[in-house]
Design a binder for this molecule. Structure first.
Ligand code: ADP
Length: 795
């Protein structure tokens, strides 16, 4: 609706611009003394007027002194309540200008008293502010009696006479075009050639009377709107009125004064032109509306419904998409296309919105005649009546079925990806468990054999080989699981302030024996910088550094060196490892961080998997750092990592070494007559045998075993042990459930329970400690570490 008005306005502007061109002359604007009305002045100037701006009424006295009177005077100033324009000054001015100047008053004061006072003072028009530009210009043009751009066309129809000739001449002198017709029966023919703005008809013609001809013309839509003015010698008022009532606009006596005749004819001609303009505005507005409707129909699915939702209009697209013909839809309720895919509240909210006169917008799923669902992006706009209540609803929709299909496919794909990722984590967890359990037995027994002095030396050497191979296998398994975890973005890091020195010391400890075995010397430079802290995950940073050090040792020459340098580069700490090894050929350097690419080393003697550097790079980057290298073939390589600095630490001294250094001794001197009892709950016979072997070397402790949590609990109740070692994955009740049962037993609640499990995924340990386990040891067991923990608790 609003659009319609705007459209008409636009049209009006177009038309007014045309009529503006014909106005010209001087306009006097009287505005408030505190400032001129710039907007009004520039608007008038842009319409072609010369504007003279005044601020004092007194100045009016002289506005007609300069030759011609102005085209109009505009009073644009505030009057106090009850005040009106000074009538005397206006009257003086009009007297000077021979009463020819229209005075237009613009005012915000709307009351009748103010208007009346203004009219009494001599104002021609009194317009309420704000006034639209087009309206003001039109009123000025009309009031100033500006001659039209195209002269008015008048057709004089009467029997030939002297008077008719005089009238024609008079009208021509007033600037009008005149066509004289003496045969009234020729009028329509003549009108086809001469588009008259006014018809002046004689009343008493020989062939037909004026009202007869007027009636005929009124019946023809082509001429019905042309104003008719009768010209007659008839002086009886009643007859004049009758004639006006039947078919004409006005009635003039043949003895009319020229000015009156010109005034009346001009007025009707102007009215007719204005009517034509309005019709043109309407026609062109209608045309634009039709074009818009066409565009809408070409693009959208459109329907109109009444207040109950009954369809009263559908466009072709609606029929096309819904599969119904318009005959099948008109008169039916919109429910005909309801899909049943939305809850009732959805429609309640929609109706609530539109019934309240508001626009509803949303995505709706509909059902077509053949049962298929389709999605539409919909706007429903209520048409509001004069009381502000909706009387129709127009719905405009765009088919978005394909967009929805993509959305649904994307959600499904995301769900599938999440499921795959979950499956991968589960696989990783179980792989980790399954591989570690047998390795536990291999490493455990080989450690026991190599420690057993009663066995022949060769057997102990062999079992050391088994242990070494087992450890290698374990590190491979760990690497593979790590890589898989990194690839699936499951690398959890606990970032904190980490002292470089701690990481360096720990890592050196780990590689020292390897370096020793290969005769490689590790030289540490710029130790003072090691006091700094970086923002990292301690274990992961250590893993990365160990990887670099291991490579520097592995790919070194016999009796080579490894230099370790720590330094600060801007906001980062750089830890660089330089070896004196074989170096990396230039053509292979770009492959260095590719998984499983050993750059030809797979044919060499050095053991490896080709994934250490990939893992290192990913770890360092995940911690916000970078890794890089340079190498000279035959001379060696430098690999470095840079990590963001945390804060500087002034304190010196090495941090505690790795937690595995417990100082426990395998052969305990202590012996108790009353031996502490340790209960081991474990279902895997191999692990039970391993533990029995471990305990056989510690006669001061007694080991009891149970293969299920249930039987273990019975043993705890019957005879509470000093310590419980608990496997987690037990048949039936699991380790966690068993722990909470123990905690609930008054006689056993205090017994420390250590988890001993192959569940070594990130978070498992925290979860175990949170649940109340005194410690959480992972398989494959580090026997020395286990003994250390047992020593701590039992002795
Ligand atoms: P791996 O050592 O298990 O083979 P890495 O991912 O650690 O796997 O290294 C990939 C390859 O990069 C190695 O196989 C080796 O060819 C090369 N490489 C790594 N570090 C060095 C080094 N310091 N000197 C020479 N070559 C190296």
């Amino acid at each position: 609706m609003v659009k319609g008005i705007r459209l008409a306005d636009k049209q009006e502007q177009k038309v007014s611009v045309r009529s503006e061109c014909l106005v010209s002359g001087r306009i006097v604007v009287l505005s408030d003394s505190d400032g001129q009305d710039h907007e009004l002045v520039s608007m008038l100037e842009s319409a072609g007027y010369r504007v003279e701006a005044l601020t004092q009424f007194e100045a009016f006295k002289s506005i007609c002194d300069r030759g011609t009177a102005p085209a109009a005077v505009i009073l644009d100033r505030k009057f106090k309540k009850g005040e009106s324009p000074p009538a005397r000054i206006l009257a003086d001015m009009q007297a000077q200008c021979q009463n020819s100047v229209p005075i237009i008053c613009l005012s915000a004061q709307q009351d009748v008293v103010a208007r009346l006072a203004a009219y009494r003072a001599g104002v021609t028009r009194y317009l309420s502010k704000p006034v639209e530009r087009a309206r003001l210009l039109r009123i000025i043009a009309e009031s100033a009696l500006q001659p039209p751009e195209q002269p008015y066309r008048v057709m004089l129809i009467d029997d030939e006479s002297e008077q008719q000739t005089q009238h024609a001449q008079m009208l021509r002198m007033a600037g009008m075009e005149v066509s004289v017709v003496n045969d009234p029966l020729q009028v329509t023919e003549r009108l086809d050639k001469f588009a008259a703005d006014v018809l002046v008809l004689g009343m008493e013609m020989e062939l037909c009377t004026g009202p007869e001809l007027g009636g005929i013309l009124r019946d023809d839509p082509q001429y019905a709107a042309i104003p008719i003015v009768y010209l007659s010698t008839e002086s009886e008022l009643l007859l004049q009125i009758q004639a006006i009532n039947s078919s004409s606009e006005n009635f003039l006596s043949k003895l009319v004064s020229p000015s009156h005749m010109i005034g009346v004819i001009s007025k009707h001609a102007r009215g007719y032109r204005r009517g034509l303009e309005k019709a043109e505005i309407l026609r062109s507005a209608r045309y634009e509306l039709e074009r818009q409707q066409q565009a809408l129909d070409a693009h959208a699915i459109v329907s109109v419904a009444d207040l109950s939702g009954n369809i009263i209009y559908v466009n072709e697209k609606f029929c096309e998409v819904s599969g119904y013909s318009s005959a099948e839809l008109i008169g039916k309720n919109h429910r005909i296309i309801k899909s049943g895919q939305h809850p009732d509240e959805f429609y309640t909210e929609m109706w609530h919105t539109i019934a309240g006169g508001n626009i509803w917008h949303g995505e709706v799923c509909n059902r077509s005649k053949n049962g298929n669902l389709y999605w539409v992006d919909t706007s429903i706009v209520p048409f509001i009546d004069a009381e502000g209540l909706p009387y129709h609803y127009i719905s405009i929709r765009t088919d978005i079925t394909h967009v929805k299909a993509n959305e649904i496919a994307m959600v499904k794909a995301k769900e599938a990806a999440e499921a795959a990722s979950r499956a991968k984590s589960e696989f990783l967890a179980s792989m980790s468990h399954e591989l570690r359990t047998p390795l536990n037995a291999i490493l455990g027994f080989s450690q026991l054999f190599s420690m057993d002095e009663q066995l022949p030396q060769s057997t102990r050497d062999n079992s050391r080989q088994i242990e070494g191979a087992g450890r290698h296998l374990l590190s491979l398994v760990n690497d593979m699981i790590d890589l898989a975890r990194i690839e699936s973005n499951q690398l959890d890091l606990s970032l904190e302030e980490v002292k470089v020195k701690g990481v360096v010391c720990d890592s050196l400890n780990m590689v020292q024996s390897m370096a020793h075995d290969r005769g490689v010397k590790i030289i540490i430079m710029q130790c003072e910088v090691m006091e700094i802290t970086v923002w990292a995950d301690f274990n992961r940073l250590r893993q990365a550094l160990i990887n670099l050090l291991t490579n520097a040792i592995k790919y070194n020459k016999a009796n080579g060196t490894v230099h370790l340098v720590c330094e600060i580069i801007e906001d980062s700490a750089r830890i660089a490892v330089t070896d004196s090894g074989v170096g990396i050929p230039a053509d292979k350097r770009e492959r260095i961080f590719h998984a499983f690419d050993r750059l030809g080393e797979e044919r060499g003697e050095v053991e490896g998997t080709g994934i250490g550097l990939v893992i290192t790079k990913r770890i360092v980057e995940a911690m916000g750092g970078t890794i890089a290298f340079e190498s000279t073939e035959g001379q060696g390589s430098t690999f470095w990592m840079e990590l963001p600095l945390a804060t500087f630490h002034e304190r010196s001294g090495l941090p505690a070494a790795s937690s595995s250094a417990t100082g426990a001794s395998f052969h305990s001197e202590h012996a108790h007559a009353d031996r502490p009892v340790v209960l081991y709950i474990e279902d895997n016979p191999m692990n039970l045998r391993l533990m029995q072997q471990v305990f056989s070397s510690r006669q001061d402790w007694e080991l009891r075993t149970a293969t299920t949590a249930e039987s273990g609990l019975e043993m705890v109740r019957a005879n509470p042990p000093e310590l419980i070692l608990m496997d987690i994955n037990l048949p039936g009740m699991d380790g966690y459930q068993a722990l909470s049962q123990i905690r609930a037993e008054p006689g056993a609640a205090h017994i420390p329970v250590i988890a001993l499990t192959a569940n070594a995924m990130k978070g498992d340990r925290d979860r175990g400690l949170d649940a109340g386990f005194a410690d959480y040891l992972t398989k494959p067991l580090d026997i020395l570490k286990l003994l250390g923990v047992l020593d701590n608790i039992l002795n």
